[in-house]
Write a protein that binds this ligand. Sequence first.
Ligand code: PHE
Length: 407
Amino acid sequence: MATTHHCLPMETSDPPTSDIANAVEQSLDKLGVRDAAGLEGLFARLEQRLRDDVGQVTTGGRGPEDIEQLRVRWLGRKQGLVRSITENWLRSAPAELKADVGKRLNALRGSAEEQIASIARQPTVDKWSQPLSEPVRQRPYSAAAPGAVEAAPVLAGELDITLPGTRRTIGVEHPIRRVIREITEIFLSLGYSVEEGPDIESAYYNFEALNIPEDHPARDDQDTFYVDPQTVLRTHTSPVQIRTMEKMQPPVRIIVPGRAFRHDAPDATHASMFHQVEGLAVDTHITFADLKGTLDYFLKAFFGPEVRTRFRPSFFPFTEPSAEVDISCIFCGGTAGCRICKYSGWIELLGCGMVDPALYSYVHYDPARYSGFAFGMGVERLAMLKYGVQDIQLFFQGDVRFLHQFR
Ligand code: PHE
């Protein structure tokens, strides 16, 4: 409850108005005020008193009854201070002061109304103790008066800025993007740069220049999506090896993340669209040892330092010699004790080899001077192994329950 003071600490130099609240009960004449300067002083005290009264209610965090009491004290129709001033100062004021008193009185009334209304709009103690279930009313935004638009609902108690806001769900980086980024970061740290090539590719780059002859089974339209006899959806990212060597002289160190397409029936490990990351390094004096070291480094960085790598002889038309790379099973630790590695202790991961010199004739590199290695890996396969995903289709279904697990 606000206590109603009737005495204010005032300067002793002004005894007749030492209590301004009492002063309003007397005429100006009695108060000895006969000029504008005297009025000025009186009204200044009133304004100060008003601010003090308002301040007490605001800082005291008082309830609606206190605000009402304040209003009655200042603006009450019967006993309010403004009313008393009208009765006791204005009515009996000498003619030459009347207009001045009236003007100052109006100003005082105005500021009393304004200040009291403003604290009435603020949330009070009583409001806080109510349950917070009432929905927050929001005002439409308006182009006018930006400051006012933001402040008004808060002042009016309509907007509780301490409540949590309406959250928008934030998306996550798709696991395939994420794995591509992880792979890329490792190779960037080794000094590789990133190249890209078209998804719709000529048979020349996809097959011919990669030493894949006309009658090779990889060209079979059982496996390859043909746009026309000379144009395919690329079946691997390897054509970018040729495109890069065509435009760039050694030393070449690139990786190529991108999409590849094969006419595969969808199952838990096959999809007709998937992703690969190709790698190519060509320079003087590049040997198979460089290839082994690079991939061993990469796979330890990607899967963890405990994995071991194994190179098995294999065949690709564009590499010679070629190899498949396995890692020790990350599920049973290479103990040959789990179904995922089929109790072999090893998981087959990617293809690689030394660039077949036949390719250099297509790009006009001197095979006597340069050597290089290349590798290609399936992004989905790496992602499935690293994140324990059982079905490749999950990557393409866009189910947020799956995707949100990669937060
Ligand atoms: N392009 C091959 C594939 O898709 C992978 C590979 C790339 C093998 C580079 C050797 C060198 O299977």
